[in-house]
Design a protein around this ligand. Structure first.
Ligand SMILES: [Zn+2]
Length: 391
């Protein structure tokens, strides 16, 4: 297949009047329209001057379209994969919420078996375990009763059950160092998250091998000029890739701009933290056994009185909207902002050589955007999985 007449995001930036030739599941060739020739009978697709960019990579997303990772079913994962593809996401980590061991194991096994059967939509590249080793004092919407101390034997059981690529934990908890070192030795990346760690504790954790931060600013110790906290460590330590939720609710736009200036797009990953309500009408939805009310675009835990609490419970953000929001907040161009949704999250989970970049040899995971940055078409592994224009 060839995608013609695009403004293609190459390693040199955007190139107009470019073509991308795909062979099987990989990119074979990128070059000027005149230089890339089709084989006999090869399918040709007209990008009509739209932006041809790497598909987005969401490393922190719980659910969408009525489905959640914790449903632990192929139907849920397929529903999520289809929804994400409509928003330009070509790879995602199904993200768990803190739960009893059996529920987490079921979610991991569901991802493992889903990946072995034929599927469509966005590529499910593995799991992000959000918890269970989180600090109750920074629980956010994580169910407090299941938060517990890091446990290497349990982590081993999780890792053996399926493709765990990232785990978020609170490094100040007892046993955290052994757990971080065990995870890293198994190729699992570790994020600091839901934490009351001090600046010094995060720095120590980075020395153990922590290289990621879950939804920076949210559910962690903030930045104070004499006590820089977890946020101070994350913003200044190049060893850590910082996730942010650019929905305009979790972070003020000025804070997004500050964080991006501190980290630069090469160390900043846009995530959605989306929950099952995403893409559905506002109302009341489940998150990890808790009721969440979605109102005016925000998700709040419901408190004992039955009303919205002050605790945010994920988002209904899509990554295509998050990218646009981040551009508005920072003033960055599409070319400058794109790494935050593509190469940086891919690299943060050790997949820099396979996804997140348009170049020969990479998986043909591609999004076509119109001039307003809206997703028109999504290709995963060389197959069109979403086409708003029915090319
Ligand atoms: Zn969280």
């Amino acid at each position: 297949m060839i995608i013609r007449h695009g403004i293609v995001f190459t390693s040199h930036g955007f190139e107009p009047n470019y073509s991308t030739r795909i062979d099987g599941e990989r990119i074979a060739e990128i070059g000027p329209d005149s230089a890339v020739t089709a084989a006999n009978g090869e399918q040709s697709l007209d990008a009509q001057g739209g932006f041809v960019v790497p598909g987005f990579v969401d490393v922190h997303v719980h659910g969408a379209a009525g489905y959640d990772t914790m449903d632990a079913s192929a139907e849920a994962l397929a529903g999520m994969a289809a929804f994400f593809a409509r928003h330009g996401v070509t790879s995602f980590l199904a993200t768990t919420i803190t739960a009893p061991r059996a529920a987490t194991l079921a979610a991991i096994r569901a991802v493992a078996s889903y990946r072995e059967s034929p599927h469509s939509g966005a590529r499910l590249i593995g799991l992000h375990l959000e918890g269970p080793y989180l600090n109750r004092a920074a629980k956010g919407a994580q169910p407090e009763q299941f938060c517990r101390a890091p446990d290497v034997a349990e982590l081993d059981e999780f890792a053996a059950a399926g493709p765990v690529r990232l785990i978020s934990l609170a490094p100040e908890l007892p046993g955290a160092e052994a757990c971080v070192r065990a995870a890293v030795s198994r190729g699992i990346h570790v994020a600091v998250g839901h934490t009351q760690a001090t600046y010094e504790q995060v720095e120590e954790a980075a020395a153990w091998g922590v290289d990621h931060a879950a939804h920076t600013f949210n559910a962690m110790t903030g930045l104070h000029h004499r006590q820089p906290g977890a946020v101070g460590a994350i913003l200044t330590d190049d060893r850590l890739v910082a996730e942010i939720i650019a929905d305009g609710i979790h972070l003020h736009p000025a804070v997004i701009a500050l964080a991006v200036r501190a980290k630069t797009p090469t160390r900043m990953a846009l995530i959605t933290d989306a929950i099952r309500a995403t893409g559905l009408p506002e109302g009341i939805y489940d998150l990890g056994g808790q009721d969440v009310i979605v109102r005016n675009g925000s998700c709040w835990l419901i408190d004992a009185s039955g009303g919205a609490s002050r605790t945010l419970a994920g988002s209904t953000l899509t990554l295509e909207a998050g990218l646009r929001n981040a551009m508005l907040a920072t003033g960055l161009s599409l070319a400058e902002a794109l790494p935050m949704a593509t190469t940086t999250p891919a690299a943060s989970i050790g997949m820099a050589g396979q996804i997140g970049t348009l170049a020969p040899g990479y998986l043909a995971d591609i999004a076509l955007l119109d001039q307003a940055g809206r997703v028109q078409l999504t290709v995963v592994g060389g197959r069109v999985v979403y086409d708003s224009l029915a090319h």
